[in-house]
Design a protein around this ligand. Structure first.
Ligand SMILES: [Zn+2]
Length: 270
């Protein structure tokens, strides 16, 4: 599943080139998670102002209205000078004066949604409940601690829920908790300010490093992402069940929380 770093790197891969482009035509394929919400023909003639990211959504601002793009479970975007005929999994094309933006999504949990503005109901429905951006200035350690105090669920599940801070997916949550020395099963409300501050820094660190790694592995910026794999960071705990902790050599433990695998070190994380 594409996580925040993959979405951000996808954005970086085409945002500069598509800004200023004129939309020539748009094509939709099979139904995605949500309908486009307008006749694709209506997009023709509009100008792309730029591409922002909010959580795992890409927000493409047009001179009139905007498109919200989500990669779902298996989506990927490519931006190329010309696109070959659409394949069976190519479900959205935006043909512009600068190139063709194409969404390939075999499982079709992704979506492209038109909204008149960010405050329009169709946008608020998708963006309204998102927490703060983990890499932005609004993500503040003290406010993070206050928000954690109000939650009684295990801290890892609180991170994954995305309403305090967005974009901390399963891998990044496990890794951040390891760096902060916090056991994933700890109730969020029991985390001290000092530990919350460490977790805040760890969340930013793992996500920023993943974006950096993704940016450096993305060599061919003429064809965005291409695949939806993770940028393989040197994981400390994720997917390392039974292997020695890189710090203390105790075997990494795997448990299941909310149907998601969690990995942690029983010695380093308390
Ligand atoms: Zn350890």
């Amino acid at each position: 599943m594409p996580e925040l770093p993959e979405v951000e790197v996808t954005r970086l891969s085409f945002a500069d080139r598509i800004a200023g482009a004129r939309v020539l035509s748009a094509r939709t394929g099979k139904p995605l998670r949500w309908a486009l919400g307008c006749d694709p023909a209506r997009l023709a003639g509009r100008t792309v102002r730029g591409v922002r990211r909010r959580g795992k959504y890409l927000l493409m601002d047009l001179d009139e209205g905007m498109l919200l793009l989500h990669l779902g479970m298996s989506g990927s975007l490519s931006f190329s000078d010309t696109a070959p005929p659409a394949g069976p999994h190519d479900h959205f094309d935006l043909v512009t004066s600068r190139g063709v933006l194409r969404l390939n999504d075999p499982r079709r949990f992704g979506a492209v949604v038109y909204a008149h503005s960010e405050s329009a109901p169709e946008a608020v429905k998708l963006l309204g409940r998102l927490g703060v951006e983990p890499l932005g200035d609004d993500f503040d350690a003290q406010a993070f601690h206050v928000a954690l105090q109000a939650r009684h669920a295990p801290v890892k599940q609180v991170l994954l829920a995305g309403d305090i801070v967005v974009g901390v997916g399963n891998i990044y949550a496990s890794e951040a908790l390891f760096l902060a020395g916090i056991r994933p099963t700890t109730r969020a409300s029991r985390i001290s300010l000092e530990r919350a501050t460490r977790l805040h820094a760890a969340v930013r660190d793992v996500l920023a490093r993943a974006v950096e790694k993704g940016g450096s592995t993305l060599r061919d910026f003429s064809n965005a992402q291409g695949e939806s794999g993770y940028f393989q960071l040197e994981a400390n705990v994720y997917d390392r069940e039974g292997l020695p902790c890189r710090v203390c050599e105790a075997p990494v433990r795997r448990i299941v929380q909310g149907q998601r695998a969690t990995y942690y070190c029983t010695r380093c994380q308390r």
